[in-house]
Design a binder for this molecule. Sequence first.
Ligand code: ARG
Length: 489
Amino acid sequence: MLTIIRKKTIVAIALFAVVALSIISGNSLIEKAIAQSNNQKVVMVTSADYPPYEFRDTASGNNEIIGFDVDIAKYITKELGLELSITDTDFNGIIPALQSKRADFAMAGMTPTAERKKNVDFSDIYYEAKNTIVSLKGSNLKTPADLSGKEVGVQLGSTQETAAKEFKNVKLKSLNKTSEIIQEVKAKRIEAAVIEDTIAKGFIANNPDLEFTTIPNVGEAGSAIAFPKGSTRVADFNRVLAQMKQSGEIDRLIKKWFENNGNPVATPTNSGFGFGKIASSIPYIIDGIKITLLFTLISAFFGFLWGVILSLFKISTLKPLQWFANAYTSVFRGTPLLLQIALVYYATPQIIGYNIPPLLAGVVTFTLNSGAYISETIRAGILAVDKGQAEAALSLGIPYKPMMQDIILPQGLKNILPALVNESIALLKDSALVSTIGVADLLRRAQIVGAEKYIYFEPLLFAGIVYYLLVMSLTWGGYALERRLQRSS
Ligand code: ARG
């Protein structure tokens, strides 16, 4: 009986996995096919955490990135007869994305610094912003000298970070997102932040407890478009930029995005607490559940299969198999998962030339990683099955494979079910790590809404509640399965 149920389940799960995998890789395959058949298509990479340069308009229901940079990119590509698509990543993922040719150009309010010029090419500067010091109202921090002895927040990998490194006697705290830096100032964990004026205006308008002062630009400043080294598009883009400056189009866009209170979309409603502030964006966040679940299920399925194989290696009598499985486990358990994701995502295009889509990179990493953990659990489960069972089977003349498949593994699996549920729970929560490579999962969506609305607490709390509910359902599902197996034994 158990065998029949098992076979059916395995077939069903395998079918599901195939369908799901083809969904994630299918989109990018189709995209690739289109790109190849028609080389007029260009991909722009950005970091949509930087209103009004680039951010997501989550309330409008479509997952669209808008802003000053986006308008310029649309104008230029239209002029050049190119078809534009936009992808999103963390700011410090932009240069790697260009280097691995994941994108044809980048616009992210990016300053052409000498250091960056070693790795990418830049267009002419299209806009020059000034840096500001943002601090709590009344703190009277107006010049770099005032920051002496203080802790100051900057965005990781930004020009503000470089500029602030020159300030005397300042302790820097580099964070991934501008909204996180502002939150740190508000929470008094740091005294000030160095942020661009255009961005600062938006935050100040939405946070009445903050103030900012503009400081003179030292060294490198201004925003330009970045291209992979040696790109042939730079001259064309420069030509259109010059045309835009001359015709007043750039000025029009500056007015549109920077002079409307520095904040074209969000309205200052940020005091107090309440989910009402993010109500219009809640469907957008909830949509992330699909991605989070899809991701978890596929990774759990393949991780489990891989774990079974590795555990069989470990208990096998063949030394090389044992050796491989043990070395494998030690590497994957011995290094951070976050590092493994970044490696798979950024190194795959460089090493094998395949532009692995973020979601697939996540699934691959999680399968490899959880296979290592699961193999240990399964090995323990197998060893816990009474030795007499294997001896009896062998003396009855049952060969190794059917013995493992029909006698030992089913019993072992039943024992380790709680541990497997545990592993799936860990996987579900760790899936949030894919937000770092730009997958719009639950966490990433919450962060995007935070960046758009200049609030941090409510979207994160909301995502936390959703994660918790998901984990609870998984736990109950696990109990139910356990009871069922107990009955059918
Ligand atoms: N202008 C600064 C730089 O080039 C900050 C840009 C940050 N952009 C962003 N989309 N987060 O480093």
